[in-house]
Design a protein around this ligand. Structure first.
Ligand code: ZN
Length: 740
């Protein structure tokens, strides 16, 4: 039995034991045990050891032409503990004996991969061999034309960037036979700690003879020629494509572990709702993963690195995930030999580290043209090395979980998944960062009581496609006292994207689907109403009391207008003319629909917005919507957050526990360039007042600011620590050491 399978079985055993115990309190005890168990398993293998990673990927002309000693010295200076080094696949950097495995023209009789791998090993580093499976030369095409990917029209696909190459089929013999041999040869020669394969999962749909035949055997259907997820062949394809890739993963893993049982296949895969492979299965198969979100461009938010970390953590748990950060500009024009400015690199790495990634840098071409990035990475890695004890996280203390759903993206979103699925999540994410609320991401395949035990609130940002079982798990969560905030079409579809007659969660929402949607709604508003009995504003409207009315969203689901539980603090003012200007006045309506439904179910609280508050917020960024999104979480949570923070600025927060300490990470995103990167300079924030709740039965022995390298002034009372952080440039960590 391979080691990842053993790990998985041990964890499964813990889960089953925990579910037998039952009560909430004991579940959290079981969760602690589960964390301990997985740590113990990981200690036996190498995967959890390296804290800092380096990826140096040779280009074809590097062998014999670059400074090996320089790189080894740099790895040593930055305390890198593992390296990903280019070995083969597309271009071989070692003396391969496999026919058609193309050797670098600069390799001669040398062994570029072997030399640098040996050097890294002498430094005590783990070595992972990198391969690339997506492209091959003309001789491969000539010998095996069936290994080449085929487009919809039956043409073999030339590589769009380099006309000397052809695109390979990922699901046929090129990967299953040829790349298997390559991986076996690399493992036999070098006993690497793993093989990381880039672009192994194909380059879009392939219509080659193998794919046509294998898909037909699986489904009885021809390959689909539509992106519509409701098309029967397309649905079957989405299932088959995943099964085939997991089959390839297991094959490569088995072949690798026949040679080195402590190694494994490390696919370049993983991510959020829009990623291809089911992250729950990925989390079960992978003892470690390498996250490949190398930087941002355009209007991507600076918290995207942290978001990626949270998405991996949702199914990987405490397993180590290094995130390769590009030292260059990440843009569609692909300036791969460029250098990004230092503050942008610092901020991108800081947010990933804060949310649980291990830092890794990646550089292609071992002869760097522009060396300005070297001291920046060295500074970040040196800081990370000094504080490593506080960066081995055992658990997150976040009380809020935001659900992400790959099935919603695949079967409800389809080709429109960015607009329909990703944007609502991004909107709510931004609102939580602005609200300084720490939160985790939660995979919709892991909504069982054990995985949800730490959360007081779950956010469902248009999680449209949910199975009956998943709806049941959410209902159980609420009945145990959890809160939920759901928006728009959440639960209106089943797990295959088929519309239901009513919301799967209609009983929790306190309203039902009335049929149809409205939108885009121009010039529509929400009126704020006091409770008719108490004449007070509901806490959902906190800091909006003087508004009278705020803007509505852009789309809404038609629901039965009144709540089973009575009044609503928001009332819809229907669209009225926005031109000619003389006609811009609201028309009176007999009844005004509820703009939000608030319910108390069992011990839990439910907020349901029948409109697209989150995606409208992502598009328009109206601060009134930010307040509603924040207030909804605070009301549904019905208790204090683990950390609160007062002061000016935009800060991404994370709160973690280690074996005998806890940390609060504060990443300063206050920057005039925040909404369109990269940053030009860091604008420090000052005088931040934190209130940190510490676990029951613990007392702080000391509190330090790790970046400032100073003791913090703090006050401890009733399980909380009050501490002021005088200034934050990019990243500060408040570290609380507990009394023994
Ligand atoms: Zn194919």
């Amino acid at each position: 039995m391979d080691s990842s399978r053993r790990t998985f079985l041990k964890q499964t055993a813990v889960v089953s034991a925990a579910s037998l115990i039952g009560t909430d309190d004991r579940l959290s005890a079981a969760q602690v045990k589960s964390a301990e168990a997985s740590t113990k398993v990981n200690e036996a293998s190498w995967y959890s050891r390296p804290m800092r990673w380096a990826q140096l990927s040779f280009v074809e002309s590097d062998p014999g032409n670059y400074d090996l000693a320089f790189w080894l010295d740099y790895f040593k200076r930055v305390h890198a503990e593992a390296a990903i080094l280019n070995a083969g696949g597309c271009v071989a950097f070692y003396p391969t004996q496999i026919p058609l495995h193309y050797r670098s023209k600069w390799l001669g009789d040398g062994d570029a991969f072997g030399d640098i791998a040996t050097g890294c090993r002498k430094l005590g580093m783990n070595v992972v061999a990198r391969t690339d499976a997506h492209a091959c030369h003309q001789d491969v095409y000539d010998a095996h034309p069936d290994w080449i990917a085929m487009d919809e029209n039956g043409s073999k696909r030339r590589h769009p960037s380099d006309r000397d190459f052809w695109i390979t089929c990922a699901l046929g013999p090129y990967n299953f036979e040829f790349m298997t041999q390559v991986h076996q040869e690399i493992m036999s020669r070098y006993k690497a700690d793993g093989i990381f394969t880039n672009r192994w999962a194909g380059s879009g749909m392939c219509y080659c003879e193998h794919c046509r035949e294998n898909f037909h055997t699986f489904s009885g259907l021809d390959l689909p020629r539509t992106q519509d997820p409701l098309n029967a062949a397309r649905r079957q394809y989405l299932v088959w494509h995943q099964l085939r890739l997991f089959e390839l993963w297991r094959l490569w893993n088995a072949k690798i572990q026949q040679i080195n049982p402590d190694a494994s296949f490390i696919p370049n895969t993983g991510g959020g709702a829009l990623s291809d492979l089911d992250m729950k299965t990925v989390g079960e198969l992978a003892p470690t993963l390498v996250a490949d979100r190398q930087g941002r461009s355009g209007a991507m938010a600076s918290w995207m690195s942290g978001k990626s970390a949270k998405e991996f953590r949702a199914t990987m748990g405490n397993k180590a995930v290094p995130a390769i950060t590009s030292v260059g500009l990440e843009d569609k024009y692909r300036w791969k030999d460029s250098v990004q400015n230092g503050d942008e690199i610092r901020l991108w790495m800081a947010d990933g580290i804060a949310q649980g990634f291990r830092p890794a840098f990646t550089k292609f071409n071992a002869r760097p043209f522009d060396k300005r990035w070297f001291p920046v990475v060295e500074e970040v890695f040196q800081w990370h090395y000094e504080n490593a004890d506080y960066l081995r996280n055992e658990r997150s203390y976040a009380h809020v979980g935001m659900v992400y759903s790959q099935q919603t993206a695949a079967f409800y979103g389809g080709p429109d998944a960015v607009a329909k699925v990703e944007n609502p999540g991004l909107g709510y994410y931004q609102a939580l960062v602005e609200a300084r609320i720490p939160f985790d991401m939660v995979h919709d395949g892991l909504l069982d009581s054990e995985h949800l035990a730490q959360y007081s609130t779950l956010i469902l940002p248009n999680i449209a496609a949910l199975s009956t079982q998943q709806c049941g798990q959410i209902r159980d969560f609420v009945e145990r006292g959890g809160g939920i905030v759901a928006t728009y079409e959440t639960s209106l579809y089943d797990e295959w994207g088929i519309m239901r007659a009513d919301f799967g969660l209609a009983d929790l929402f306190g309203t039902s689907y009335a049929g149809g949607k409205e939108g885009p709604m121009l010039n529509s508003y929400l009126e704020l109403e006091r409770d008719p009995v108490t004449e007070q504003f509901h806490p959902l409207l906190a800091s909006l009391e003087d508004a009278g009315r705020i803007i509505n969203g852009v789309h809404r689901v038609r629901v039965n207008p009144s709540s089973k539980q009575g009044g609503s603090p928001l009332r819809v003012i229907a669209t009225y003319p926005d031109l000619p200007m003389e006609e811009v006045f609201p028309r009176t309506a007999a009844s005004r629909d509820a703009g939000v439904f608030l319910s108390e179910v069992g011990k839990g609280r439910v907020v349901y917005f029948p409109w697209d508050i989150d995606s409208t917020f992502w598009e328009v960024m109206d601060v009134d919507h930010a307040k509603l999104l924040r207030n909804a979480v605070l009301w549904a949570s019905n208790g204090p957050m683990p950390v609160t923070m007062e002061g000016k600025g935009i800060v991404d927060i994370a709160i973690w526990g280690q074996i005998n300490s806890m940390t609060v990470h504060l990443v300063n995103m206050t920057n005039p360039m925040m909404m369109k990167g990269p940053v030009r300079e860091v604008i420090p924030i000052t005088s931040q007042k934190l209130k940190i709740r510490i676990p029951d039965g613990r007392r702080a022995a000391r509190v330090r600011l790790l970046t400032a390298r100073s003791a913090a002034n703090y006050h401890q009372e009733n399980g909380t620590i009050l501490v002021e952080v005088p200034a934050i440039d990019v990243h500060e960590i408040v570290a609380v050491d507990f009394e023994a």
